[in-house]
Each structure stands twice: as structure tokens, then as C-alpha cells.
Design a protein. Structure first.
Length: 216
């Protein structure tokens, strides 16, 4: 099985699928595409039907889009372990994952993931602040659930955590103020061995995507 990813320093969508695979110790190879280079499309040919990353090749099966890859891995390799067992929690988890997948565009555009960036704050628009407030509310509601264990959003590590890990990285990079319980969750996520592996690889990369280098 092969996962096609982008630059680890910047590619938040690649991180989501990669982290799920790594956390659950699913065996796979990775192939990195250098994003926003003249030969990017050529590198993607045969792997990425929509010319975006990530994409997954598993024998004769092709899967693209982070969420679709996570669902495929969960069904075929994890026996459903990457969603909560409780039907109510599973419904909530799927809802917040879908909200992440389709929303928060102001946050994503203004605060791109950048593992190499020295943490510092930037000027935030009201739209970005609204996205941040909504995400913090989601996390607090999950973290305050009395059935929660192990520190993750739904007890055990799930697709929800994988989908929100780039936001954890962003909040840290741009020094977003969060409540204590949210900071504890973020600290735990940042210390996951799989994330630290990805982060160090991203820091070691030399490519620069100018539009993702936000200064102020």
C-alpha cells in the first residue's frame, strides 16, 4: 500500500491520512510530491486522479481525499476501531469531522500549516476568530464528555483526532489562546510519536511555498 503525500511542512490534508495510518501501525509506503513546482502535475500522474494530495494506492484500489482514505483504512484495516463504538458519539464524531472537512476556510487560508515557522501571533480577522471560536467549542464539548478516556476527543484516538491535528499545529504555530483543557489536549496531540515524526520531517524539508509563509 502506498500513500501519496505533499510536503510535510505544509500539507495538512496529507497529514490527516498519514497520521491515522501511523498511529494504528498500518504498514504502508509513502511517496512525496513537491507541491507548487513546475512538474507537480507530472509527479501526480497515475496516482492522484484529481491532482491533489493525499491519494492512496492499495493493490488495485485507488482512494483519494483525506476523509475517504481514513474511512477506507478504518473499514479494511482497523475493523471500525477509528470511530467511537457508541452510536451517539459516532454520530457526533462524524459530524465534527464533516464540519472540518468542508469548513473553516478562513482559518485555513489565513493560518496555513507550517511546521518550520517560529511560533508567533498574527493579526486575525473576525472571520478567522469565528472559526477559532467554533473549533474551541467543538473540542470543549468533546473533552467535557464524562465518558471520555485517554485524553482524546472521543475516548480513544479516532478519525476525529486525525482530522483536527493540523488545527492543533496551527493553533500552536500562531499562538492562539485556548482554555486549559484544550491546551492539555493539544499538548498530548503534539507529543504523539507519529506527529513528532511528521513534524521533524517537515522541519527538515528545504522547499518553500511563499504563500504559506505568513509573517504578520
Amino acid at each position: 500500500m502506498k500513500l501519496i503525500i505533499g510536503n510535510k511542512n505544509y500539507s495538512s490534508w496529507s497529514l490527516r491520512a498519514w497520521l491515522l495510518l501511523r498511529y494504528f501501525d498500518v504498514d504502508f509506503d509513502e511517496q512525496r510530491i513537491t507541491l507548487f513546482t513546475p512538474d507537480m502535475h507530472k509527479q501526480m500522474e497515475g496516482f492522484c486522479p484529481n491532482f491533489k494530495v493525499p491519494a492512496l494506492i492499495d493493490d488495485h484500489i485507488q482512494v483519494w481525499d483525506s476523509l475517504a482514505i481514513c474511512e477506507y483504512i478504518n473499514e479494511h484495516y482497523l475493523k471500525g476501531e477509528a470511530w467511537p463504538d457508541d452510536i451517539k458519539q459516532k454520530a457526533t464524531a462524524r459530524s465534527i469531522v464533516a464540519e472540518m472537512h468542508s469548513g473553516f476556510t478562513h482559518l485555513r487560508n489565513r493560518l496555513p500549516m507550517n511546521c518550520r515557522r517560529k511560533p508567533s501571533s498574527v493579526q486575525l480577522s473576525d472571520d478567522v476568530k469565528n472559526d477559532i471560536t467554533r473549533i474551541i467549542t467543538i473540542w470543549q464539548q468533546c473533552l467535557n464528555n464524562e465518558t471520555r478516556q485517554e485524553g482524546f476527543l472521543f475516548g480513544k484516538f479516532s478519525i476525529a483526532d486525525a482530522m483536527y491535528i493540523p488545527v492543533v499545529s496551527r493553533f500552536t504555530t500562531y499562538e492562539i489562546d485556548v482554555p486549559i483543557e484544550v491546551q492539555s489536549y493539544m499538548t498530548m496531540m503534539l507529543n504523539l510519536p507519529a506527529f513528532k515524526e511528521w513534524q521533524q520531517a517537515g522541519i527538515a524539508e528545504s522547499e518553500i511555498v511563499v504563500e504559506d509563509e505568513i509573517e504578520v
